[in-house]
Design a protein around this ligand. Structure first.
Ligand SMILES: *[C@@H]1O[C@H](CO)[C@@H](O)[C@H](O)[C@H]1NC(C)=O
Ligand SMILES: *[C@@H]1O[C@H](CO)[C@@H](O)[C@H](O)[C@H]1NC(C)=O
Ligand SMILES: *[C@@H]1O[C@H](CO)[C@@H](O)[C@H](O)[C@H]1NC(C)=O
Ligand SMILES: *[C@@H]1O[C@H](CO)[C@@H](O)[C@H](O)[C@H]1NC(C)=O
Length: 462
């Protein structure tokens, strides 16, 4: 067929028309008279009466009859198909299957040189709708698409009097997209939609843009008014040619950048987890000797596990996102502090009566620790470091400086002597060691909470 379309007149055309549709000869005569071809490569639809009796189907019959072929007069000339789309919704992002499901309104515009009429003769009709079954359609598809195109049946296209065909179709596109969920729920994804012809090489079809990319982004932003999980950041375009064997295909690639709205995850995952950690940190104020602290911490740990079980479905099913690491850290911190509590609960009743021996390197560490700048749980603790060594938490807290002054006496003696601690001094040191561990863990909690809050704020704002 290439290069031999009826430029010379209607004879070949009528034969093809007969073969294709099997219409009667008299009907061919009718279409022949309605569809006049001229030598100057322009084909005019006889539109007289359109404004009075509606469109005469016979006037378009010749165009409908050749819908199986690419509508060009000279087959050496490629058909230019201009593309644009509106991203009307981002329906789903499946991290496990690495799929992006979106909804597009695709707009294709091309030229059909066989359609043309003079609007002045037809009551100023310059635009008509024609069902797409009757027209040749370009086979534009999206290369990343992982689903068959479920376009609705019975859509129409506009044809204008100068032969432009405008075809709008809604498409649900499930496209493959490489998703990186490390920064979940603060992640941005960059998905590609490549429009290309399935069959036509650059010799037969060229793709162009119907409007600029920023216009596509603007309209899409206007339409995606919903406050769904994903928001559209921007769209970039590239037009590399695709070479398959010896054929070269034209294609347009759109890089669609989307960002997750993190508030759902921050409120449901990070805030409760941080609150539990904060409560666990405050539990250092509970006296370890009274034996209340360990059950409290165990209950919290149990509650945290239940929380993780319930919230697990909000996390992506594969990969290691940041919240997963955060939860693991929280859990480890809680477990370590529970272990420490158990150790102290074991040690404190033991220390006054039969204190276990203490490694030599611990002494200077403890001396350093006893400086007056400490606060928080230590302040509560230090009052125990008296001669009695009994838990007396109900008394009001004393000045840390005063306490330290009291402690310095025995400690200096012990350092000078380097050994030979009395059992009271040893018990004293063990209690001191418990404070040290408590304060250390408490500060670790504060540090962890502060750094997680800063991380969330930084990630949210970038
Ligand atoms: C168009 O068709 C009408 C009849 O429907 C006919 O009278 C008229 O001459 C035709 N015009 C042309 C330019 O063929
Ligand atoms: C078809 O187009 C090609 C390239 O533009 C040109 O060389 C050739 O002469 C054209 N054929 C006709 C019949 O117009
Ligand atoms: C397609 O776009 C190009 C450049 O933007 C323009 O020259 C051409 O006329 C357009 N074609 C159609 C059919 O709209
Ligand atoms: C998306 O990826 C493409 C190529 O990998 C790149 O050119 C483009 O700039 C990226 N877009 C964004 C918003 O990062």
């Amino acid at each position: 067929m290439e290069g031999g379309w009826p430029v010379e007149g209607g004879v070949l055309y009528l034969t093809v028309s007969l073969l294709l549709s099997g219409h009667t000869k008299s009907y061919s005569h009718l279409t022949g008279s309605l569809f006049s071809t001229r030598r100057s490569n322009t084909f005019t639809v006889n539109c007289s009466g359109f404004d009075q009796h509606g469109v005469n189907p016979a006037a378009f019959q010749t165009i409908f009859n050749q819908k199986d072929f690419r509508p060009v007069i000279n087959y050496s000339i490629p058909t230019q198909v201009n593309i644009s789309f509106t991203l009307s919704a981002i329906l789903e992002v499946d991290e496990q299957l690495q799929l992006l499901t979106s909804f597009l309104w695709l707009k294709l515009i091309w030229n059909n040189p066989f359609i043309s009429w003079d609007p002045e003769e037809c009551g100023a009709i310059s635009k008509l709708t024609v069902t797409t079954e009757s027209l040749w359609l370009p086979d534009i598809f999206i290369m990343e698409s992982m689903d068959v195109d479920q376009t609705l049946e019975g859509l129409s296209a506009y044809v204008t009097n100068d032969g432009h065909v405008v075809y709008n179709k809604p498409m649900r596109v499930t496209s493959i997209c490489s998703l990186d969920i490390f920064y979940f729920p603060f992640d941005q994804q960059n998905c590609t939609l490549t429009f290309s012809s399935f069959l036509y090489t650059v010799k037969n079809m060229l793709l162009g843009m119907e409007k600029e990319v920023w216009e596509i982004v603007d309209t899409s932003r206007d339409i995606v008014r919903t406050q769904g999980e994903w928001e559209l950041l921007g769209i970039n375009k590239a037009t590399p040619k695709l070479s398959v064997g010896s054929s070269l295909f034209d294609q347009i690639m759109f890089y669609v950048a989307i960002r997750r709205r993190p508030s759902l995850y921050v409120i449901n995952l990070l805030v409760p987890s941080s609150l539990l950690i904060a409560i666990d940190a405050l539990s250092f104020y509970l006296p370890a000797e009274s034996g209340n602290r360990a059950p409290f911490k165990i209950t919290l740990l149990l509650g945290y596990n239940v929380f993780l079980l319930m919230m697990n479905k909000l996390l992506p099913a594969n990969g290691t996102p940041i919240p997963g690491v955060y939860f693991a850290l929280c859990l480890s911190l809680m477990a370590v502090s529970l272990l420490e509590t158990i150790f102290i609960t074991y040690l404190l009743p033991l220390a006054p009566t039969q204190p276990p021996p203490m490694p030599r390197w611990l002494h200077p560490l403890l001396l350093y620790w006893a400086s007056p700048r400490k606060c928080c749980p230590t302040a509560l603790w230090k009052e125990n470091v008296g001669p009695g060594l009994m838990p007396t938490h109900l008394r009001g807290p004393k000045e840390p400086g005063q306490l330290v002054g009291k402690e310095l006496g025995p400690r200096e003696a012990e350092l000078n002597g380097a050994s030979g601690l009395t059992s009271t001094q040893l018990a004293d040191l063990w209690v001191q060691f418990s404070h040290m561990m408590d304060t250390f863990l408490f500060h670790l909690y504060l540090l962890f909470l502060a750094s997680s809050i800063i991380t969330v704020i930084v990630l949210w704002n970038t």
